[in-house]
Design a binder for this molecule. Structure first.
Ligand SMILES: N[C@@H](CCC(=O)N[C@@H](CS)C(=O)NCC(=O)O)C(=O)O
Length: 219
């Protein structure tokens, strides 16, 4: 039995949850927050979530988990069979993670947790997000999915990266990030209509109550 460690508010955790739900795979959820305890570092070398426990051991890194799950269960593929097409999906996954999710994350403390982020950092994030979304617009198809006609792992990474980045751009800079990539707003809306995504959003809302208490307990 697969076990997914993490918490329902985490965007990366929700990427793996969506991959599991889309592929209709059974798993157990083990709720925990990221931490640096010796026990958890034995499962997750950086102390981050999610972690996926398999019968052969644990995996960290969301994109790696999505690829593993696709090999494990070939029904409802998240990556096409053709090698080049598969590489293009992985390229889109990386573009979303490296140039949209990661820069936006640097402003999470201010946008989501009421802490201050320096003006210098905010300028860097704004510049990086412009570059990231413009780069994505150059290669993504948005017809209707990120890589073309089929839903893929790239859509999962896009959904849970670009939505957070869009909130960051809106709240910190009053800029509509998705409007900078023609088709992105429509794709985001289409993805949010998926029943699995709606269930994950409902779980997130419930889990956010405990998560806010947890965050408050840290200060
Ligand atoms: N590259 C990792 C990123 C995972 C990540 O950043 N998770 C956050 C929660 S959304 C986390 O564990 N943060 C705690 C930390 O960075 O120490 C992945 O692909 O899974």
């Amino acid at each position: 039995m697969l076990i997914l460690y993490g918490f329902d508010v985490s965007n990366y955790f929700n990427m793996v949850k969506l991959a599991l739900a889309y592929k209709e795979l059974d798993y157990k959820k083990h709720t925990l927050y990221p931490n640096q305890s010796t026990e958890f570092l034995a499962l997750s070398p950086m102390g981050k979530v999610p972690v996926l426990e398999t019968t052969q051991g644990c995996l960290c890194e969301t994109s790696v988990m999505m690829e593993y799950l696709d090999v494990l269960h070939s029904e409802r593929p998240l990556y096409p069979g053709d090698d080049f097409a598969k590489a293009k999906i992985k390229e889109l996954v990386k573009l979303c993670e490296l140039y949209i999710e990661l820069p936006a994350r640097r402003c999470y403390p201010e946008v989501f947790f009421g802490q201050q982020v320096s003006l210098e950092t905010k300028k860097e994030v704004k510049r990086a997000l412009f570059k990231g979304i413009e780069g994505l617009a150059r290669t993504a198809k948005f017809s209707p999915y990120l890589a073309g006609s089929e839903f893929s792992a790239a859509d999962i990474m896009f959904l849970y990266s670009a939505d957070m980045a869009a909130i960051v751009m809106q709240k910190a800079f009053d800029i509509d990030l998705l409007a900078l990539a023609p088709g992105a707003t429509e794709l985001m809306a289409r993805l949010k209509e998926m029943p699995q995504v709606q269930q994950i959003a409902a779980d997130r809302k419930v889990a956010n109550v405990d998560f806010q208490k947890y965050i408050a307990s840290l200060s």
